[in-house]
Design a protein around this ligand. Structure first.
Ligand code: SF4
Ligand code: SF4
Length: 390
C-alpha cells in the first residue's frame, strides 16, 4: 500500500469510529425522514451526525455542515452528504457561478437528504433581478426549490427592508421555489442582526454570520439575541481566515476553532469550507467533540500568531477614513487571497467595490489617518491591496 493510500485509509478509519447514538431523538419529528436516511447512512459508516434546529425554520441541520464556496469538485460534497451532512451553503456568485453547478452534481440522487442554501448577489434588489437569480440558481443546482435563499452580504440593516426585494421573495415562496429567507453579513454584523431580530414581521428566518474565537463580544451578544428570537444562526469564517502559521508547528488550529464556535449553542451549525477529503474528515470529526483546555491553548497561540494581520471585519475604522474607503471589505479580499489562498474569490470580492471606495483612492493620500480598533496598520493593508488587485 502506498503512503498516500495508507494515510487515506487511516483517515477513513479515524473518521468512521463514531457511533450512531440518539440521532432520531436529537432530530425531533420535523424532517424525520431526512434524518432517518442520514442515520441509516451513518449506521453504515459509523459516523454520528449531530443536529441542532435552525431557528424557526424547524430544519434539523448537522452542526458541521458544508461550506461549498472553495470546493473545486463535487466528490468531497458527495462523500459528506453520504455520511449524513445535510446542509450545504453556496452562492450565485461563487466561482463566477460555477460553484452552484458543482453543488448540483453532488446533489444528484441526494436532493431529499440535503437542505440547500444559496444567495442572491448584493446588486440584486429588484424583482426582475431576484427572479432571474433564482431561476439561474435552480437551473445550475438542477433542483426545483431552494430551502434557504439569502440576501448576500448585507453591510447594514437597510437592504433587509427594501419593499421590492421582499415582494420578490414572497412571490418566490408562493411559487414553491424558495422555502425560507435569510441574510448574510460580514460587516456591521451586530447592526444587521439587530435589524432582522427587531423586525416585527419576522421576515428573515436565517442569518449567516462571520463568527469565530476572535469575534467581538458585540457579535456574540447579537447572535444570542437573534437566536432567542427564533433566527437560525449559521456560522462562517469559523477559522479566522484559515491562515497557515509556522508559530504552531505541526499543530492545526482548525478543529479547535470549529469546536469553539459550536460550544455556543446559539449557533445552529457551522459551514467550514472543505476543499478535499482530508478537510472533510478534519471538520466532520468535530461533531460531538467538546472544547478542551488544550484547544484553548492552541487558539491562544493561533490568535497571537495572526494578530498582526487578522482583520475582524468590524468596520470600526471606516468612519475614520475621510475618503470613505471600504477598508473592511478590502481586508476581507486580502484574507481570501492570503488566508484561503483563493485569488479568484479575492478578486471578485474586491471588484464589487466602486473605484471611489477601493484602495485606489489611498494613492492620493499623503498620510493614512484611518485608525484600526485592533491595532492593524491600515496604510500597509491598503498598499497590499493595491499590489494584489492592481
Ligand atoms: S490612506 Fe487611509 S485615510 Fe487615506 S484614503 Fe486610504 S484608508 Fe483612508
Ligand atoms: S481594520 Fe481594524 S477596525 Fe477596520 S475592520 Fe479591520 S479590525 Fe475592524
Amino acid at each position: 500500500m502506498s503512503k498516500t493510500k495508507d494515510r487515506n485509509s487511516m483517515n477513513r478509519r479515524a473518521f468512521l469510529k463514531f457511533g450512531v447514538i440518539g440521532v432520531a431523538a436529537a432530530a425531533g419529528l420535523s424532517g424525520l425522514s431526512r434524518i432517518t436516511e442520514a442515520a441509516s447512512s451513518a449506521s453504515k459508516t459509523g459516523t454520528t451526525p449531530v443536529y441542532r434546529t435552525l431557528g424557526r425554520t424547524g430544519l434539523k441541520v448537522t452542526v458541521v455542515s458544508f461550506g461549498a464556496m472553495l470546493t473545486p469538485d463535487y466528490e468531497p460534497m458527495e462523500a459528506a452528504f453520504d455520511l449524513g451532512v445535510n446542509y450545504v451553503d453556496t452562492a450565485r456568485r461563487y466561482m463566477n457561478g460555477r460553484n452552484e453547478e458543482i453543488v448540483g452534481k453532488a446533489l444528484k440522487g441526494r436532493r431529499d437528504k440535503v437542505y440547500v442554501a444559496t444567495k442572491t448577489p448584493p446588486t440584486s434588489q429588484s424583482k426582475k433581478d431576484i427572479f432571474n437569480d433564482v431561476e439561474t440558481s435552480l437551473s445550475k443546482l438542477k433542483i426545483n426549490y431552494i430551502d434557504v435563499l439569502q440576501l448576500h452580504n448585507l453591510t447594514s440593516g437597510d437592504r433587509a427592508f427594501i419593499p421590492e426585494t421582499r415582494e420578490a421573495l414572497l412571490e418566490l415562496r408562493k411559487q414553491g421555489k424558495v422555502r425560507f429567507f435569510g441574510v448574510t453579513t460580514h460587516t456591521n454584523q451586530a447592526d444587521v442582526l439587530k435589524a432582522i431580530t427587531d423586525d416585527t414581521g419576522k421576515f428573515f428566518d436565517v442569518a449567516l454570520v462571520s463568527y469565530n474565537f476572535k469575534s467581538e463580544p458585540s457579535v456574540k451578544d447579537a447572535i444570542a439575541r437573534a437566536a432567542k428570537a427564533g433566527i437560525g444562526i449559521v456560522a462562517m469564517k469559523t477559522q479566522a481566515g484559515g491562515y497557515k502559521t509556522d508559530a504552531l508547528g505541526p499543530i492545526s488550529p482548525h478543529q479547535a476553532a470549529l469546536k469553539w464556535v459550536l460550544q455556543d449553542t446559539n449557533v445552529a451549525c457551522a459551514i467550514p469550507g472543505m476543499k478535499d477529503m482530508s478537510m472533510l474528515h478534519e471538520a466532520t470529526a468535530v461533531m460531538g467533540m467538546k472544547l478542551t483546555r488544550r484547544d484553548g491553548q492552541i487558539l491562544e497561540r493561533y490568535a497571537e500568531a495572526i494578530s498582526p494581520y487578522y482583520c475582524h471585519l468590524c468596520a470600526q475604522c471606516e468612519p475614520t477614513c475621510p475618503q470613505n474607503v471600504a477598508i473592511s471589505i478590502i481586508n476581507r479580499s486580502i484574507m481570501y487571497a492570503e488566508g484561503y489562498g483563493n485569488y479568484e474569490l479575492a478578486r471578485s470580492t474586491y471588484d464589487e467595490l466602486q473605484q471611489n471606495e477601493s484602495a485606489f483612492v489611498c494613492s492620493n493620500c499623503t498620510e493614512c489617518v484611518a485608525r484600526c480598533a485592533n491595532g492593524l496598520n491600515i496604510a500597509n493593508k491598503m498598499q497590499k491591496a493595491r499590489m494584489l488587485f492592481a
